[in-house]
Design a protein around this ligand. Structure first.
Ligand SMILES: Cc1cc2nc3c(=O)[nH]c(=O)nc-3n(C[C@H](O)[C@H](O)[C@H](O)COP(=O)(O)OP(=O)(O)OC[C@H]3O[C@@H](n4cnc5c(N)ncnc54)[C@H](O)[C@@H]3O)c2cc1C
Ligand code: FES
Length: 256
């Protein structure tokens, strides 16, 4: 393990984006300075056994702060949502391989649920670099919509906000001039990433997905976060580690 990646970090800001999701800012100049979109941190959840992984949602290099968004789904995320500003927690990061945008001037970012956090970081990074970026995000309903901007294509399953349907209905509205020169990056639930992967393949576009397997060590040691990827061996697939070999993969490599 690279011990330089282990930090004790101070929570400097916290706000609730809706009833079950909070946005936390941590003081850690090293992570703020070096993280790239798609990477994640593994954060201690107080007394709860094992750290929990979260995609980096934004960085403020000037002030040495990075941000994560946390949706409460269980005991770890519940404990993190009760953190108070000023307290310090243990953290490993930045971990994993981020999105490789190299060679693409046009990028479509698409996310659903908590996938919108890493998508936010990708959006900030790409727009700062002057790239052409289109964002399409999907949520269950209006009450779940977070970090949305007016320029984004928005979909909701029930149609109480934005386009009715999944992100595929939103992606279908985007005019793509040169599919082979356009990259699509997707973070969200598995069925969504699988559907986006098929959609991109039909259009002849490269698609990168960020897998969110359950994790423990977050550092490639425990092998509990495996993803099946295609392989030329007799089984036709092999297991790789989401935390160390991912979490970002070419969607055509993943055995869905
Ligand atoms: C690389 C990566 C990036 C992530 N980024 C974010 C993020 O930006 N924001 C965010 O809110 N969450 C994110 N997650 C998911 C987050 O880590 C889990 O929700 C969290 O670990 C659950 O901990 P818990 O103790 O609250 O839940 P537990 O008590 O452990 O489990 C509660 C429920 O959540 C489900 N669950 C646990 N882990 C996952 C997972 N990885 N994916 C889907 N369901 C899960 C369990 O199956 C169970 O139903 C990410 C996960 C990974 C691997
Ligand atoms: S979480 Fe331990 S190897 Fe990935």
């Amino acid at each position: 393990m690279d011990f330089k990646k282990e930090y004790s970090i101070r929570l400097v800001s916290k706000e609730f984006l809706n009833s079950d999701t909070c946005y936390l800012g941590f003081d850690c100049p090293d992570i703020a300075d070096t993280a790239v979109p798609g990477q994640f941190v593994n954060i201690s959840a107080g007394d709860v056994f094992l750290k929990r992984p979260f995609g980096i949602a934004s960085t403020d290099k000037e002030n040495g702060i990075f941000y994560i968004g946390v949706k409460v789904v269980g005991k770890g995320t519940s404990a993190i949502s009760r953190f108070e500003t000023g307290m310090t927690v243990d953290c490993l990061g930045p971990l994993g391989n981020g999105f490789d945008f190299e060679g693409y001037d046009n990028v479509i970012l698409t996310g659903g649920g908590t996938g919108v956090f890493p998508i936010n970081f990708a959006y900030e990074t790409l727009t700062a670099a002057g790239k052409s970026v289109t964002v399409c995000e999907g949520f269950r309903n209006a009450s779940q919509v977070i970090l949305n901007k007016p320029s984004y294509v928005l979909t909701t399953d029930c149609g109480d906000c934005g386009i009715k349907g999944t992100v595929i209905a939103g992606l279908d509205t985007i005019d793509i001039a040169e599919p082979s020169k356009t990259l699509i990056c997707c973070v969200g639930p598995i069925p969504m990433m699988k559907a986006v992967s098929l959609w991109a393949s039909d259009k002849g576009m490269k698609c990168l997905v960020s897998m969110e397997q359950r994790m423990a060590c977050g550092a490639g040691i425990c092998l509990c976060c495996t993803v099946k990827v295609k392989d030329e061996g007799p089984e036709g697939f092999k297991n790789v580690r989401c935390c160390k070999d991912g979490p970002v993969f070419d969607s055509t490599e993943v055995v869905w």
